[in-house]
Design a protein around this ligand. Structure first.
Ligand code: CA
Ligand code: CA
Length: 151
């Protein structure tokens, strides 16, 4: 049997390390939580850092687009949501393209301890488009409430 030269061994080792780096990258990609649906909008919500700005109320959002509105979607991530000063990422999926997002509707059921919620910003992203909405109103501090925000 022919003995392998050092350069052959080195080349083989390089090939192996290249393969494993590639495998690791593929695994990381498959672990990304972003859904694959075509008409999915990423919604990043920052809650104000003022006292009691957080909420445990049920929060829902509807995106109003130039072509279509999204369904009213409950925002609930795996972790605790809408904590004072925290930022959360959510996804809203529609059955068709919404077009340009012109306003958003935020609905609170107004339940829980100190239910009033003071979100600071909502950033909606789809492909290369971004729409930003800012808020300075307390939502749901006196029971169920729906607030509409425009850019
Ligand atoms: Ca509160
Ligand atoms: Ca949650």
């Amino acid at each position: 049997m022919k003995r392998l030269g050092i350069s052959t061994v080195l080349a083989f080792a390089l090939m192996l390390s290249g393969t494993s780096a590639y495998a690791t990258e593929s695994l990381q990609n498959s672990n990304q939580i972003e859904p694959l649906a075509s008409y999915t909008y990423k919604v990043t919500i920052k809650t104000n850092s003022a006292d009691d700005a957080g909420t445990n109320s049920k929060i829902q959002i509807k995106l109003h687009g130039s072509k279509k509105d999204s369904p009213l979607t409950t925002l609930d991530s795996a972790g605790d949501d809408f904590e004072q000063g925290a930022t959360g990422v959510y996804y809203v999926t529609a059955s068709a393209a919404l077009g340009s997002i012109q306003k958003i509707e935020i609905k609170s059921d107004g339940k829980g301890n100190k239910p009033g919620w003071l979100p600071y910003s909502f950033v909606i992203q789809k492909d290369t488009s971004t729409w930003k909405f800012y808020n300075d109103k307390w939502i749901g501090d006196n029971g169920p409430e729906t607030v509409t925000l425009t850019p």
